[in-house]
Write a protein that binds this ligand. Structure first.
Ligand code: KG4
Ligand code: ZN
Length: 337
């Protein structure tokens, strides 16, 4: 039996959860800073770390209270060590180390994206080999897992992450921050009146979204020059269809080549309703690969997912030290490293 106290502060959510045996969420507290960052049109790192400092103690206390457990019941403290914003990560890392030192508990440092992937274990038992499409504000990666707790990045973005592209396009369309949910919603009213170029990259499983973002900007400028009113919903539709089809095409290519037993979506962009619909349709008749899509509450950043990954890392004996420091850039654990 493991009872993991998990802490996540890599970006703009202060989060703490208690997870039993890796799959049972006893509490999952997320204090979002979105209202503050919306005022600036994006996450302001210095502001984010200050709000983490203000909230972290209360969020941890609330997670323990909601789970109805005390520190005596906790097996280990799992926490996001990286990647992420250094100041934000630092607050969670220091909180985890302080509690571990005070209560003499083992530390389990977690790579943020492994958390996003293992969030799927709240849906179904994870099977290997597994392919994960990790899509968030900071990452766009295809991750191959031959075995449990073994991650090999087989493809990634050459420039912007897909979530970043959603956020930037939403900004130029005047939709506000965070852009993903806004584009998701307005694109439903969009019509196929604009065409955007399909992103092209050399790497077989790599992605690119910055050219697409520029193409959106040029499309808007062109329409304005011609004196035409820009149809925001139609631009959102064109951007989303182009971005998602490029994502899905590469994923299918990797599925054909690697033949995983399971394909999982992970990260904030996995909350996208159009992507969920397209992926479900694509894989509904396939018997060879099982598609798992995480529930909405664990697509965007939360600590329950860090608890799920923490339970596996704990089983694998991946422990941290009191002198560990936050790693804003961090590699995923892989057997050949
Ligand atoms: O995983 P996450 O919460 O944070 C990072 O680790 O980056 O992902 C946040 C990203 C943002 O870029 C946000 O715009 C995007 O996920 N996002 C979405 C949707 N909900 C959140 N993108 C598209 N459609 C959505 N419904
Ligand atoms: Zn994330």
């Amino acid at each position: 039996m493991t009872m993991i106290l998990a802490i996540e502060t890599s970006c703009d959510e202060t989060a703490c959860a208690v997870v039993k045996d890796g799959t049972e969420i006893l509490s999952n507290i997320v204090s979002s800073q979105i209202n503050v960052h919306t005022l600036y049109g994006g996450v302001v790192p210095e502001v984010a770390s200050r709000i983490h400092v203000e909230n972290i103690s209360a969020v941890i206390q609330e997670a323990l209270t909601a789970a109805n457990v005390s520190m005596d019941d906790i097996t280990a403290i799992a926490y996001t060590l990286g990647p992420g914003l250094i100041g934000s990560l630092h607050v969670g890392v220091q909180a985890a180390k302080s509690i571990a030192w005070m209560y003499d508990k083992p530390l389990v440092p977690i790579h943020h994206l492994t958390g996003h992937i293992y969030a799927n274990s709240f849906v179904d038992e994870i099977q290997f080999p597994l392919l994960a499409l990790v899509i968030s504000g900071g990452h766009t990666e295809l991750v191959w897992m031959k075995n449990d707790w073994d991650f090999e990045v087989i493809g990634s973005t050459c420039d912007d992450a897909i979530g970043e592209a959603y956020d930037k396009v939403a900004r130029v369309l005047g939709l506000g921050y965070p852009g993903g949910p806004k584009i998701d919603k307005i694109a439903k009213e969009g019509k196929p009146n604009y065409t955007l170029p399909t992103p092209k990259v050399d790497g077989e499983y790599d992605f690119s979204f910055s050219g697409l973002k520029t193409a959106v900007l040029q499309l808007i400028q062109r329409e304005e020059k011609k004196g035409n009113e820009v149809q925001v919903a139609d631009v959102a539709y064109a951007f989303q269809e182009t971005a998602l089809h490029s994502l899905i095409d590469k994923t299918i290519k990797a599925v054909e080549a690697y033949q995983p037993k399971m394909l999982v979506l992970a990260g904030g962009v996995a909350a996208n309703s159009r992507l969920r619909e397209l992926m479900e349709k694509e894989f509904e008749d396939r018997k060879d690969v099982k598609l798992i899509i995480p529930p909405l509450y664990c697509c965007t950043d939360n600590a329950a997912m860090i608890g799920a990954a923490g339970a596996i890392a704990y089983q694998h004996g991946c422990f941290g030290e009191l002198y560990d420091a936050a790693k804003p850039s961090m590699d995923m654990p892989h057997e050949n490293m």
